[in-house]
Design a binder for this molecule. Structure first.
Ligand code: ZN
Length: 155
């Protein structure tokens, strides 16, 4: 029998794998760009910054809600929310930032199984929903996940 993972543990693992996904999805030779100030850094040195706070579970793992940010923008500058909203509208269409805010207010109850399925889906579809993703960054992604024991959560 595999070890039972607590709810908190599942959320933590999903956060971690989702963060790696967000930070690597547009990486070119391991470099990514902060969406709010434009600085380029190694994906390991940046954050996955939320537009709507991750307190709201309905949008916590929404791909349109979370983007690469340097630590300065995400931390010191409090998330640069306005600029991030502009970026989201520009990327996904006018009104998307507002839609995310509306969506975030819904009460969303994820079951443990939902979290596991979502975690698995990120992995299985990983190379498919990426642009400009190199095999090198994919290699690093898998390497890191193995190192951090992320795979156990759905094995
Ligand atoms: Zn920045």
């Amino acid at each position: 029998m595999p070890r039972k993972i607590s709810r908190k543990g599942l959320v933590k693992k999903l956060d971690r794998v989702f963060s790696i996904f967000i930070r690597t999805r547009h990486a070119k030779e391991n470099l990514v760009q902060c969406v709010t100030c434009g600085v380029r850094k190694h994906w390991k040195e940046v954050d996955a910054g939320h537009f709507v706070s991750r307190r709201h579970y309905a949008t916590r793992w929404n791909q349109q809600n979370v983007h690469v940010q340097c630590k300065k923008c995400n931390g010191f500058h409090g998330g640069q929310n306005y600029i991030m909203g502009k970026y989201i509208d520009k990327t996904y269409g006018e009104g998307t930032a507002d839609e995310l805010i509306t969506m975030s207010r819904q009460i969303k109850k994820f079951t443990d199984q939902d979290l596991k399925t979502f975690n698995r889906t990120i992995f299985l579809n990983f190379p498919l929903f990426l642009e400009g993703f190199t095999s090198v960054s994919l290699f690093f992604f898998i390497h890191i996940c193995l190192n951090q024991n992320i795979f156990c959560s759905f094995m």
